[in-house]
Design a protein around this ligand. Structure first.
Ligand SMILES: C[S@@+](CC[C@H](N)C(=O)[O-])C[C@H]1O[C@@H](n2cnc3c(N)ncnc32)[C@H](O)[C@@H]1O
Length: 275
């Protein structure tokens, strides 16, 4: 047997151990990316073999949680892909404006930057007070940061640029106040937001929502898991509701392709066209 095949067995056993012991299921994450994360974790913790990690995660809960933390890649920013937010303003919000209330689900919201970005757009479009926003992730420490809404001041210059490119109509400084090295997001942006734990692999339909953001999450999943999650989104959306994916993600060739029409192919905005 080749070393690479042995390693595949070790990875399978390791992921099974994490799943059976802690309920975190990475078995259907994209092979290449999960392999990279495991290797990185192995190097960081100085374990010679991947299989040596198995007893370590089984018997040491803190160690396991540090592995789980490493496997959820949390890279994010405010107004990520600024032109996407322009497209949301112009192509999705005018339709949603006709609704008396708007329920929004951010799936895989990481540390919350995306949630505050949309909250700002909703305020500027006069829709915030009608909105109920559920922001979920399976990483509790990311959710805690998201709830606090305190970010490094040094990031703000980039975020301000993104905000302007995203069609922002005010001064970005209106949305936070600076304290020492931190930017504390305005309390009014949090008013209608609930941050909660939800695992896209193991948990079910969220509720009847009108807009779903799930950006830069599906890229980490294999095809089968992507389809499971996309079905979950299709079932959670009301008729006419919008699904927004990340720049490298698509509904093309997925199981739910027929249930949506493409609103903006480049910005990955889709609208559910079946009941
Ligand atoms: C790269 S971040 C994307 C953050 C944000 N949506 C954006 O586009 O900037 C991916 C997020 O997906 C979350 N995630 C990964 N697997 C998940 C799962 N099974 N259930 C819920 N969230 C998950 C990670 O914890 C991480 O916060």
């Amino acid at each position: 047997m080749h070393a690479a095949d042995l390693e595949t067995i070790e990875i399978d056993l390791f992921l099974n151990a994490l799943y059976q012991r802690y309920g975190y299921d990475f078995r259907q994450y994209a092979q290449a990316s999960i392999r990279r994360r495991i290797k990185h974790f192995q190097a960081r913790t100085h374990y010679k073999r991947i299989s040596d990690l198995i007893p370590a995660v089984l018997y040491d809960e803190a160690f396991a949680h540090s592995a789980i933390h490493d496997f959820s890649i949390m890279v994010t920013e405010m107004f990520r892909d600024p032109t996407f937010y322009n497209a949301v303003r112009e192509k999705a919000l005018p339709y949603l404006k006709t609704f008396p209330f708007i329920k929004i689900w951010h799936a895989g919201c990481a540390t919350g930057e995306e949630v505050y970005s949309l909250a700002i757009v909703l305020q500027e479009e006069g829709l915030y007070d009608r909105a109920t926003i559920f922001a979920t992730d399976f990483n509790d420490s990311a959710l805690q940061t998201a709830r606090e809404g305190i970010y490094a001041l040094k990031e703000i210059r980039q975020y301000t640029k993104n905000y302007q490119q995203a069609g922002g109509t005010r001064s970005f400084a209106d949305y936070y106040h600076a304290q020492y090295e931190s930017a504390i997001m305005e309390q009014s942006l949090k008013k209608n937001v609930t941050f909660a734990n939800h695992n896209l692999v193991t948990d079910g339909v969220f509720s009847e929502v009108h807009l779903i953001f799930c950006r830069n999450v599906l890229i980490y999943f294999d095809k089968t898991l992507q389809n499971r999650v996309l079905n979950l989104f299709a079932d959670s959306l009301s008729y006419g509701g919008f699904l927004c994916l990340g720049s490298k993600e698509t509904l093309r060739f997925s199981d739910v392709q027929e249930r949506f029409k493409v609103i903006d192919d480049h910005e990955k905005i889709y609208q559910k066209c079946t009941t």
